[in-house]
Design a protein around this ligand. Sequence first.
Ligand SMILES: [Fe+2]
Length: 233
Amino acid sequence: MVAMQLEPIGPNIWVTNGTDIKFMGLLLGTRSTIVRLSDGGMWMHSPVSYNSDLAAEVEDLGPVRFLVAPNVYHHFFLKEWQDHYPDAELIGPRDLPAKRPDLIFSALFDDRRCDPWSSEIDRVVFEGSRAFDEHVFFHRASRTAILTDLIVNVRLDKQTTLGRLIAHIEGVAYPNGRTPLLYRLGMQDRAAGAKAVAAILEWGATQAVISHGEWFREHATQELRKRFAWLPL
Ligand SMILES: [Fe+2]
């Protein structure tokens, strides 16, 4: 019996942890959030590395309909999923096609028809630093906010000595991980970021998934407010 890779976290929503990646001296886990839409199609946020067992688990739940790239950094595994599911629609940020001309996008965020799932999943774009713009989602039925890199919360036990130091400097060490220092320093328009976070808090999420590190299984709105306190909320 192979261990299941999808963990159910609410009605029609699952998370799966992928392979670890090395980024700026840190060992980061990866995580994808997967939603079954009311028509039965599967919506995959920031797909983790492809493996056939995971794909079979997703397919058991429904056909893969959407592959979602939330920012210009989470594109490493899109190609392998697109190759396996050429009929799935890939939707991502405006600047990603230039970076990844090998990917085929069916729409870009801010196009007129970029949220075909809008009756079930809301989206807010966190702006203020062009380099770090991120599209944040909210699955209404499960009250789940879905963030990518805006908050990082990594356990230190797997890090090297240098990694632990970097995690502390970046402010991303569990349990107090928040927005990486690099992002905070790159923020040109804090008011725009604060406006986006206000809209995110307005959702009243009870849980919040992040892509790297421990996510927030309860009290998500309070946790998010605390971890975005560097902005003028
Ligand atoms: Fe990331």
